[in-house]
Design a protein around this ligand. Sequence first.
Ligand SMILES: Nc1ncnc2c1ncn2[C@@H]1O[C@H](COP(=O)(O)O)[C@@H](OP(=O)(O)O)[C@H]1O
Ligand SMILES: [Mg+2]
Length: 267
Amino acid sequence: MQVRLIEGVHEAGKQVLKVYQEDFEVETKADESPLTAADMASHHALVALLEEVSPGVPVLSEESDEVSFATRQQWRRYWLIDPLDGTKEFVSKNGEFTLNVALVEEGVPVFGIVHAPVLDATWWGQQGLGAYKIDAKRKRAIQVRQLPDPELAPWKVVGSRRHGAEAFETFCAELPHHERVSMGSSLKLCLVAEGQADLYPRLAPTSEWDTAAAQAVVTAAGGEVLDAHTLEPLRCNQQDSVLNPWFLVCGQRDERWEKALRASVKR
Ligand SMILES: Nc1ncnc2c1ncn2[C@@H]1O[C@H](COP(=O)(O)O)[C@@H](OP(=O)(O)O)[C@H]1O
Ligand SMILES: [Mg+2]
C-alpha cells in the first residue's frame, strides 16, 4: 500500500508543479489564508487516490467542507490531508511547500507521507516500520539525532519564516548555544526527523492537517511532537476545533529546552 500511496502523492505533486511553473491566481479564503488552483488540484488528486486505496475510510482535507465533531468522533481511523502546506511559500516561489497525507488511528498519526515537489524529496514514516527519505530516486532510513553538547556543536533550532516570532525569540533567548534555521511548511518537522535540526518550537497556531503526516514521520524516526503546555504527544480529533495547541518537536527530551519552553509559553 505504501508504494501506491507514495506514487500517488508524487502524481499529485506533478499537478502542483504544473501550476507552480505557470502564472496562477491567488484567492483569499475566509480565514485570510491564500488559495491557488494547485491546492485544489492536489486536494482532488489525493482524495481520489485515498478512495482508490482504501474505499470507505473517511478523508478529511484542509480543502474539504467542514465535518462536524459529532461525525468525526465516530471515526476510529481516517485520512487527514493538507494538499498544499506552505501556500505562502508556493506563492512566493521559494519551493518550501509540501503535500501531506496522514493516517490517524484513535487520534494517533500512525502513518504519514510528506512530499516537497520542488525539492524532489519525500519523507514517510509508519509506526513500527521506521522513517525514510526518498530523494533523487534514493531511499534511506532516517532518524532523529542525539542532542549534541552545545559547547561542542550548537543545537539547531528550526522556526517558521512567517509565524510566532515573539515567543520563538523568548524560547531561543533561554537556550544554550544554538543556531537557527528558517523553513516553510511541514518541512520543519522533517528536518528534525532526519537529524538536520534538534528542535522546532511552534508557538503559534496550526491545524491538525498541518502536522499529522509529519508527526508520523517524526515519531517513526524516534522523535516526539509534544503539546508545549503538557509535554504530552499531540493527538488529532479530540475536540470540536481542529486547531493544534502550541507544540514542540524534538529528537529527545532535555531539561534545558523544557526550561526555555516554560519561559516562552504563557500558562
Ligand atoms: N492563525 C492561524 N490559524 C491556524 N493555522 C494557521 C494560522 N496561521 C498560520 N497557520 C498555519 O500555518 C501554516 C504555515 O506555517 P509556516 O508559515 O510555518 O509554514 C499554514 O498552512 P497552509 O499553507 O497549509 O495554509 C496554516 O495552516
Ligand atoms: Mg497547512
